[in-house]
Design a protein. Structure first.
Length: 135
């Protein structure tokens, strides 16, 4: 089993969202980052992956790492759909969160097993000169 996180765009409920390979959040603007846990070893063969559904009492933390250790942030992730779809999680992005050269690392604990799950983030500049956060 090889778990990964896929960012979700336009999330409003468990039946209304888009899986995306890139999402941008502008630094200084609070937002919520939604993502789904998938198993990269389980694919129907069409480029998609089956979701991974952890136990109902699973916990997840997400670390927004930075080259400057003083800017690293640890956040508790939550399941916005509660028990309806435990593969979907979210974290709040605060206006005070420093979003430069970040990489997301999630730790999921489910049924007594802890998984480290990655998806890489890259930073680029938008035309206004403000940093953006890409997942």
């Amino acid at each position: 089993m090889k778990l990964a996180l896929i960012a979700l765009k336009n999330y409003s409920n468990i039946n209304s969202f888009q899986e995306v390979t890139e999402i941008s959040l502008q630094q200084g603007n609070p937002s919520t980052l939604y993502f789904r846990i998938v198993d990269l070893d389980q694919s129907p063969g069409d480029g998609n992956y089956f979701r991974f559904v952890p136990s109902s009492n699973a916990t997840m933390t997400v670390i927004l790492t930075d080259l400057d250790i003083n800017n690293t942030v640890i956040k508790a992730a939550s399941m916005p759909a509660s028990l309806d779809d435990r593969s979907v999680w979210s974290i709040p992005i605060l206006s005070t969160d420093r979003i430069t050269k970040n990489s997301l690392i999630a730790t999921l604990t489910t049924s007594g097993v802890t998984y480290t799950i990655y998806f890489e983030s890259e930073v680029s500049q938008d035309p206004s000169g403000a940093d953006k956060f890409f997942c």
